[in-house]
Design a protein around this ligand. Structure first.
Ligand code: 4AD
Ligand code: MG
Length: 456
């Protein structure tokens, strides 16, 4: 038995060979001539393979004519050029084994009907069976590996930063507490010697490695207990964090732009068939949008200049705009989508808006920070130069009322051979949203966790 995937059927030459495939039925069509046509998918590609079944097969009447969408099957047969115009190949079935039936097809939530993403979201354990979620999952996988590959090629070392931590990297914002339960899972017991939480960012511990291995990154799940019920916030999301010693804001701005462009280029090269599907169903402009992303240079602009732009245009974005306020998602999207019509990197934010570890500029009002904004999603990357001067860092910790004891180890990095360094964090699901054109971040992760929702 020569078992191959549908992806292999379309990428290598197996024509006229006897092959076996294993997958699920997408559809069944019966012709009057005693033939049935099955469309089979196996998740390896968006492509389905047509299987021609003659009524001479021993289980034709008893089983084949009862197949419905979702049934799992093993098919042995000959791969041949298709007689039909709609597909290149087909399999002439010699033997079909039904591996799993659909109990009561009328109740199967993933029926052949066209469903909305909101409906499908109620069935996260089944939604990867749809073409849409198959495509998103394969693209998510390519994006993940491209990010790793880009950094690997640039000699960055991958570091595992802790998920359970006692520090709030951002210095503020709510965290999820981690506790141990007794053997009946009822009473909380002390396990560690202090309160611990799920990490909001691995940055501070990553800095420890940047201050010895120079070029490092981490890539893992991060957790935010924010009450942000929006289309671009998750309570659990994946973040790529990059940290570089002996570098500055200009270096990380360039690095983030090349990293994003490299990844989009890889998706365009490797995910053609899935992008064609998204073009038909999610974003009719997807190829043009992604190709122009590769050629348009990111706009760099200071926060102060952004505020001036918004003040001049305030009739278009009717919100309170003043120096010192954070930008709203509407303002961010206005800047990228309407005003600059390009991705933008906003630099030098007021220090009051940003975390304690960001390097203070000589004006003593702003910090050397960047936010990268893209159309559709707004902020995708946040980064900064890190405050490497021990006395300034200590002063910031005091000013913001943080508990200095928590940061003694972090201050050590400045006490012993301090170096200028900088880094950024990239929201993985926001990048998936941007590339695929998804409107809601809940579709960019297999099992989304948001306020009041943590099924499974
Ligand atoms: O801007 P943030 O909060 O930056 C940090 O955590 C830094 N410590 C990163 C660093 O410099 N190493 O988060 C970084 C990115 C954001 O730009 C955004 O894309 C994403 O993470 N992000 C979220 N994505 C989904 N849901 C949320 N609730 C998110 N919060 C931030
Ligand atoms: Mg941010």
């Amino acid at each position: 038995m020569f078992v191959i995937s549908i992806y292999e059927i379309f990428s290598k030459i197996y024509i006229l060979k006897n092959i076996t495939i294993k997958g699920w039925v997408r559809s069944r069509r019966d012709s009057k001539k005693g033939l049935s046509f099955l469309s089979i998918y196996d998740g390896s590609t968006i492509n389905i393979i047509q299987v021609v079944v003659k009524n001479s097969l021993n289980n034709y009447n008893t089983e084949i004519l009862k197949l419905t969408i979702g049934c799992s099957v093993q098919i042995e047969g000959k791969l041949q050029y298709s007689h039909g115009k709609l597909q290149k190949y087909e399999i002439l079935a010699k033997n079909i084994t039904i591996l799993g039936w659909i109990e009561n097809p009328a109740l199967y939530p993933m029926s052949a009907k066209k469903h909305t993403v909101e409906y499908i979201r109620n069935f996260c354990h089944l939604r990867s069976r749809t073409n849409l979620f198959g495509s998103i999952t394969r693209i998510r996988n390519v994006i993940y590996h491209s990010l790793h590959n880009f950094l690997y090629k640039k000699n960055y070392f991958w570091i595992s930063t802790p998920i359970i931590t006692s520090i709030n990297t951002e210095g503020a914002g709510s965290m999820f507490k981690v506790s141990m339960l007794d053997s009946n899972n009822i009473k909380e017991k002390k396990f560690f010697n202090k309160n611990v939480f799920l990490t909001v960012s691995g940055q501070l511990t990553l800095e420890a490695y940047a201050c010895s291995l120079s070029n490092v990154y981490s890539f893992g799940p991060t957790f935010r207990a924010e009450n942000s019920n929006t289309k671009r916030h998750l309570s659990e999301f994946w973040m790529l964090e990059v940290e570089t010693a002996f570098s500055n804001l200009d270096n990380i701005s360039k690095l983030s732009e090349t990293l994003l462009k490299y990844t989009v280029d890889k998706v365009l090269n490797k995910c053609g068939a899935d992008l064609v599907f998204l073009q038909k169903n999610i974003d009719s402009n997807i190829f043009c949008r992604l190709n122009s992303f590769l050629s348009i240079p990111f706009v760099r602009i200071n926060y102060t200049d952004v505020i001036n732009v918004l003040l001049k245009k305030s009739y278009e974005i009717k919100e309170n705009i003043s120096w010192g306020n954070d930008l709203s998602i509407q303002q961010e999207r206005y800047l990228v989508e309407k005003y600059f019509k390009a991705p933008i990197i906003i630099q030098n934010y007021p220090k009051s808006l940003k975390a304690f570890y960001m390097r203070i500029n000589s004006d003593n009002q702003t910090v050397s920070a960047i936010d990268v904004l893209l159309p559709n999603v707004g902020e995708i990357i946040g980064g900064s130069e890190r405050e490497e001067r021990l006395c300034v860092l200590t002063q910031r910790i005091h000013e913001l009322g943080l508990n200095e004891k928590d940061y003694i180890w972090y201050q050590d990095l400045r006490k012993y051979g301090t170096v200028p360094h900088a880094g950024f964090g990239l929201g993985f699901e926001r990048l998936i949203m941007y590339i695929t054109g998804l409107k809601n971040i809940r579709e960019a992760i297999p099992f989304p966790r948001t306020v009041k929702h943590a099924d499974f």
